[in-house]
Design a protein around this ligand. Structure first.
Ligand SMILES: Nc1ncnc2c1ncn2[C@@H]1O[C@H](COP(=O)(O)OP(=O)(O)OP(=O)(O)O)[C@@H](O)[C@H]1O
Ligand code: SF4
Ligand SMILES: [Mg+2]
Length: 384
């Protein structure tokens, strides 16, 4: 495919390979590292992340605050400053290594093929430009539309994201809209040029629960209509539980578990993922019940602990966990990866029982059946 689909007059700046096989991943991130040089030392914000996203599917990226979700998203998009940033690894999108593109080539990809919905539309939208203009700029730049075509398309886009009276609202400024409406405008801008992949970084944080659901449902509908891939970044596993095909769980800059959504919920292996699940509010919870927060704090990314980075907070930690870093591996299901020496199996730890006397450091309950200990802690590492 040359340049942009439906391009009218715009110069094709570089070529995207046609994706004949729909099962071929649209995005392949391989061993991505992003660090920041600071006065205190080097912050390893993204530390060897690999993932793939197939065309038309949704990947959820989940983790606590500071786990590296935004830095990862921006690293994939190529949206980080170059000063004091150290990057390595590759990001192949539709067959192109984005990390090898010139800034001018990357600007052609942004908005057109790959776009981003930011957490805070008030800072992402230009406050002194009418919302219609913010949409038409992208249409004219990437699709080569004339002013009349772009104006008409902007109205239709606003209508498609549920903005009432879009013919009038195109002339409004961001401050004249509610938070939910501004987020809808952000979606309209992100989808204007029919990108193949949309990265949505906490797109509904700060909105009330009903509006959150409406916005996420809208994104899902538009995704299905347009066969877009979506990366949905959130600290809340509940947000992606029914929306993502696959989930990547991040902790301290690394992927600690990755699996198809159903598998992840049916047989969570990482105690950290389990803890995130326990912090999801459930309708069955009696009112007034406090959500279970994960005790302790995420590690310092300048001096992370030896061994498993979750060990200081993990109820199942053993000496081996503190001494040796668990690699990302599979056991049984090839598409279920986890980084844990003593994974949970159907809710039960495979950690050895704590000694009956002395200062056993594990508070883990002992395994309850042979079937529950099906994963050998020393199982061979398989590459992701
Ligand atoms: N420019 C920067 N310089 C130094 N450290 C940074 C910079 N940007 C991010 N970090 C650090 O990188 C780590 C990951 O940050 P990131 O914003 O990706 O977290 P996050 O998972 O998106 O969190 P949240 O859920 O709060 O948005 C944090 O420790 C953060 O302090
Ligand atoms: S059991 Fe050990 S390796 Fe697994 S998460 Fe806990 S501390 Fe880490
Ligand atoms: Mg973030």
């Amino acid at each position: 495919m040359i340049g942009r689909r439906g391009t009218k007059g715009a110069k094709p700046v570089f070529e995207f390979r046609d994706i004949g096989d729909p099962t071929e991943p649209l995005l392949v991130v391989d061993d991505l590292h992003t660090s920041f040089r600071t006065g205190r030392g080097t912050v390893r914000a993204v530390d060897g992340v690999s993932l793939t996203v197939k065309a038309g599917t949704t990947l959820g990226i989940v983790g606590e605050s500071g786990s590296g979700k935004t830095v990862l998203s921006r690293s994939i998009m190529g949206l980080l400053p170059t000063r004091d940033v150290i990057k390595s690894g590759t990001v192949h999108f539709a067959g192109h290594d984005l990390t090898a593109l010139e800034p001018a080539q990357l600007r052609q990809v942004w908005g057109a093929e790959l776009s981003m919905i930011f957490q805070d539309p008030m800072t992402a939208l230009n406050p002194v430009k009418r919302i219609g203009r913010q949409i038409t700029e992208s249409l004219r730049l990437h699709l080569g539309m004339n002013r009349a075509e772009a104006d008409a398309t902007a109205v239709e886009l606003l209508r498609s994201v549920g903005i009432p009276s879009p013919e009038d609202r195109v002339r409004w400024y961001p401050f004249q809209l509610s938070g939910g409406m501004r987020q809808r405008v952000m979606i309209a801008i992100a989808l204007a040029c029919a990108p193949r992949l949309v990265m949505a970084d906490e797109p509904t944080t700060g909105l009330d629960v009903t509006v959150q659901a409406q916005i996420l449902d809208l994104l899902g509908e538009l995704q299905r209509e347009r066969h877009m891939a979506v990366i949905l970044v959130t600290h809340d596993l509940g947000v992606v539980a029914n929306r993502a095909d696959e989930i990547v769980v991040m902790y301290a800059g690394r992927v600690v578990e990755r699996a198809p959504t159903h598998t992840l919920f049916a047989n969570t292996h990482m105690p950290y993922t389990r803890a995130l699940m326990d912090s999801i509010p459930r309708l069955s919870d009696p009112s007034g019940v406090r959500l279970q927060a994960i005790a302790g704090r995420p590690p310092d990314l300048i001096h992370p602990p030896e061994g498993c980075r979750f060990a200081p907070r993990c109820a199942y930690a053993q000496d081996k966990c503190r001494e040796s870093d668990p690699p990302l591996r599979t056991a049984g299901s090839p598409d279920h990866l986890f980084a844990c020496w003593f994974p949970l199996v159907h809710g039960t730890s495979t950690a050895p029982p704590a000694p009956s006397s002395g200062n056993g450091s594990s508070s883990a309950p002992p395994p309850t059946s042979a079937a529950d200990t099906a994963i050998d802690p020393g199982a061979e590492v398989q590459s992701p």
